[in-house]
Design a protein around this ligand. Structure first.
Ligand code: SAH
Ligand code: MG
Length: 201
């Protein structure tokens, strides 16, 4: 039996150490969706210490699995430790490396793809997500409003490159015809997209 009680400690550790794990509201929103979808395959880009992946693993259908990608080896180790402590190692596989190096090798389709890594690369992650989504699949991206900066006029801060890239990301997501997308202003901002027809590049 999985010991999901330990998620409280993992969350506390993450918040105290300023690891950007999912905010409460966003977690609630996404898991509400997962509860309805009951996904068989989930892909996450950005594992950190495994907090979101372990949470998501509650909502998999029988035999379901999550693949999650993390670039920093210390975090990979912490994630694997946490996954084993909770006892969901048969449900979550952590892939170590830059997602942009790993994604090209993935070929199976994922019912839900969650983008939650470096903001400057969202558009590139998104291209892969489109390829790896079946019709009926979901693509979710976190932190798209980046502390309100994405919707603000003020643009002289040092995050402006990331902010501009997130603006283009949101535009592309909203304009991608094979998707039904919405921008949700909760937490740090989410885009939620459902693939409604085949993607033609
Ligand atoms: N999904 C996690 C939080 C992820 S934080 C949760 O909610 O619990 C973002 C993570 O993405 C960081 O750990 C960072 O190291 C990782 N990351 C950033 N760029 C990446 C890349 N190109 N490939 C894989 N992981 C990346
Ligand atoms: Mg995030």
């Amino acid at each position: 039996m999985a010991n999901y009680e330990l998620l409280k400690d993992i969350e506390k550790y993450g918040r105290e150490n300023k690891i950007p794990i999912l905010l409460d509201d966003s977690l609630e929103y996404i898991t509400g969706l997962l509860e309805k979808i009951k996904p068989h395959r989930v892909l996450e880009i950005g594992t950190a210490i495994g907090f979101s992946a372990i949470n998501f693993s509650k909502y998999l259908d029988e035999g379901g699995r999550i693949d999650t990608i993390e670039i920093e080896s210390l975090r990979v180790q912490q994630a694997i430790e946490n996954i084993e402590k909770v006892g969901v190692q048969d449900k979550i596989r952590v892939l170590e490396g830059d997602a942009l190096d790993i994604l090209p090798y993935l070929t199976e389709k994922y019912d839900v793809i969650f983008i939650d890594a470096s903001k400057g690369k969202y558009l590139e992650f998104f291209e892969h997500a489109l390829r790896l989504s079946p019709v009926g699949g979901w693509i979710i991206a976190d932190n798209v409003l980046y502390k309100g900066m994405v919707l603000s006029d003020y643009n002289k801060h040092k995050q402006r490159t990331a902010v501009n890239k997130l603006r283009s990301f949101i535009d592309v997501v909203m304009e991608t015809e094979c998707l039904n997308s919405e921008l949700v202003d909760i937490g740090d901002g989410l885009t939620i997209s459902k693939k409604i027809k085949e993607w033609e590049k």
